[in-house]
Design a protein around this ligand. Sequence first.
Ligand SMILES: *[C@@H]1O[C@H](CO)[C@@H](O)[C@H](O)[C@H]1NC(C)=O
Ligand SMILES: *[C@@H]1O[C@H](CO)[C@@H](O)[C@H](O)[C@H]1NC(C)=O
Ligand SMILES: *[C@@H]1O[C@H](CO)[C@@H](O)[C@H](O)[C@H]1NC(C)=O
Ligand SMILES: *[C@@H]1O[C@H](CO)[C@@H](O)[C@H](O)[C@H]1NC(C)=O
Ligand SMILES: *[C@@H]1O[C@H](CO)[C@@H](O)[C@H](O)[C@H]1NC(C)=O
Length: 435
Amino acid sequence: MRATIFAGLAALAASVTAIPTISAKGSKLFTSDGHQFFIKGIAYQLSPDDPLIDNTQCKLDASLMSTIGANAIRVYHVDPTGDHRGCMSTFADAGIHLFVDLDTVGTYILSDTPEWTRNQYSAYTKVVDEFQQYNNTAGFFVGNEILTNANSSIAAPYVKAAARDIKAYRDSKGYRKIPVGYSAADIPSLRPNLQNYLACGTNASEALDFFSLNAYEWCGDSSYDLSGYSELNQNASNYNIPIFFSETGCNKPEPRTFADQAAILGDRMNPYWSGAIIYERIAEANNYGLVSYGTPISATVSDQEASYIRSGTPTPISPDFSNLSKQWKTLTPTGVSESAYSPALTPPSCPAYTSDVWEVNGAVALPTLGQTYDAGVRSSITAGTAAASASGKASGTAASASPSASHTGSASGGNEIAGMSAGLVVVMLGFVWWL
Ligand SMILES: *[C@@H]1O[C@H](CO)[C@@H](O)[C@H](O)[C@H]1NC(C)=O
Ligand SMILES: *[C@@H]1O[C@H](CO)[C@@H](O)[C@H](O)[C@H]1NC(C)=O
Ligand SMILES: *[C@@H]1O[C@H](CO)[C@@H](O)[C@H](O)[C@H]1NC(C)=O
Ligand SMILES: *[C@@H]1O[C@H](CO)[C@@H](O)[C@H](O)[C@H]1NC(C)=O
Ligand SMILES: *[C@@H]1O[C@H](CO)[C@@H](O)[C@H](O)[C@H]1NC(C)=O
């Protein structure tokens, strides 16, 4: 009885206490009250619309999410001119932090013709300006699955340049040090080099604050070893910045059990990983939804997504939602306290140029803001002649990138949908491998 009263009072106290902020220290995330932070997140998509405007909807979703212990959402598209006060405060009251993508349709860094333009910088910094004011903003992504094969590794310096400039902007404005990172497609041939490249170098101002992975390796009745997670874990064990799953939750075969959560948040991985974000909120044609808002209106071949209802009272998808709930309820890693933690890991070395594998000389100077992309820049990046800043054609008026077909590959225009296909390709390859 006394325990019940105490628990009730504690819950009440928690609900009126301001949400702590999140920061990165060494390879871990911490709350401002000194505890290590492990993400239990849900991809909160409304692509390409902004899901953080309609507070009536946010309240319905936040209260359901908090029942299963979610403490974070990832949002792919926001309108920085919108009013986010209602939704951000609703999620804060529910103990839910936000990881937000700074790019959107029309401002992505493109893999074939990468650029980091002033228009992109302006668009990304507007999102930073808007969301830095909220204590529950936990992280910014400068890109999602931009690199998908060896050829596109040439875009990596542009991702790193974007992070450099966003971090510098954040600091110059005196904003809280909200971590700035990247969300990578899980491409086995690219992953180790990309992961190392984004953290490498002696100048922390030019490295990312975190690295995250969209991984669909663990499908059905798998395990830590069979899934490939043991290898992911090995390559994370010396990583000097936080690393987490920015998308996970393979849906083949069904039902989804989310058994990988026990690995990610369990004893073998939680010393190195900072948790996971489950893909995704709304049930749509891709079958990854955790909740539904009603029976689809009609499914026309040309615009399937449009037939899915995307607002109203959320109904949990069964058994997926309760399976996830069961997993998370048993998983409450505590990690280390910030005061007891002294980071000792140093950045990985920058990967060398390897033809058809990693076509960037890791030692090359990063592109300058506004530098256009052409064959000369490409060869200076691959050769490592550091000509990037010397011959860089600074063009402040460069047109902003327009989304390629591959980035808008679905009717809903969601970058993450295109990303999903990359993830699924990997899953397919995995099946072939195990046959
Ligand atoms: C945000 O955190 C700061 C520092 O802890 C605190 O002073 C402020 O009241 C918080 N803001 C809100 C809206 O809770
Ligand atoms: C990617 O590399 C292959 C061979 O390695 C080449 O044929 C192809 O043109 C390249 N694609 C791009 C976009 O550079
Ligand atoms: C580190 O990188 C930042 C951003 O590019 C630059 O301004 C600074 O001069 C660099 N510091 C050193 C010691 O090279
Ligand atoms: C781990 O890193 C090594 C060396 O960089 C690489 O050869 C290997 O493929 C990586 N493993 C995974 C699963 O990424
Ligand atoms: C997931 O749901 C299925 C079907 O209800 C059930 O048999 C299974 O035990 C659940 N798994 C977990 C891990 O909750």
